[in-house]
Design a binder for this molecule. Sequence first.
Ligand code: SF4
Length: 245
Amino acid sequence: MSNASTLPHFSQERIVQANAALDGAPPFTILQWAVDAFFPKLTMGTAFGPEGNCIIHMLAQINPRVRIFNLETGYQFKETLELREQIKDRYGIEVEYIYPETTVAEYEAEHGGPLYEHRPDQCCHDRKVLPLRRAAVGYDAWISAIRKDQTKDRGQAGVVQWDAKFGLVKINPLLNWTKKDVWTFIAKHDVPYNPLHDQNYPSIGCWPCTRPVSDGEDERSGRWAGQVKKECGLHVIEHNDGSGI
Ligand code: SF4
C-alpha cells in the first residue's frame, strides 16, 4: 500500500520540499506558512497542553479563524475543561469539542465497566482516534503540538509530513522546541496553562491514565503509567519517504 500523499494539489514532493525549507524555522513562520498553504482546510487538535496553548497564542495573531478542536473523551480533568474557557476569554477562540459516539456511562455499560484499565488501546481508539477521523473530514492539513524530544518516535517526525493514518498533511511547528522553550514562551506572553502542571503533572491526558511524576522521571512517564503504551494512537510518525514507524 502506498503511503504517498493523495492530496491532488499537495504532492509528496511538495511535502518533502516544505519540510526541508521549514525545518529549523521559528514556529510562527511555520504556522504562517501552514495558514497560507491550507486555510480554511487547516485544523488543529489540542488537549490544552502547554505546547498547544503556545500554538493557539500564535494562531490568535496569525488567523484566529483556524478551526481548533479538542477530543472530549468524557474522561478529561475538570482543570482541562476550565482551561478551554480561559482560552476563549483570553483569545476569543472557542475550541470545538469533538465527542465520541457514546457517553462515558453508555460506553462503560456497553463494555461492563471502564476499558481504560485493561484495554486502553481500544478505549483510545473509540474515544480519540475515531472521533479525530470524523473531525478531519473535509480538511487537508492538521497542526499538532508534538516535540521531538518527548519520545523516540516523535524524534523521527518532520516539521511537515504526510499523515497516512488520517489522510492529512501534518504540521508540527514546535517539533524542534525544548520543554524549556515552551515554558519560556508561556512566561513571556502570559499564556494560560493547566494548573495541574504546577502539581507535578508534566503531561496531561484523561484522568484515569495520567498520574503525577517524581523528580527525574521522564515527562511522559505519568501517561498510562506501568504500561508499555505511551501514545493514544493519534501521532503515528511517518518518515517523509513514506515509511511509518
Ligand atoms: S487516555 Fe485513557 S481514558 Fe482516555 S481514551 Fe485513552 S484509555 Fe481511555
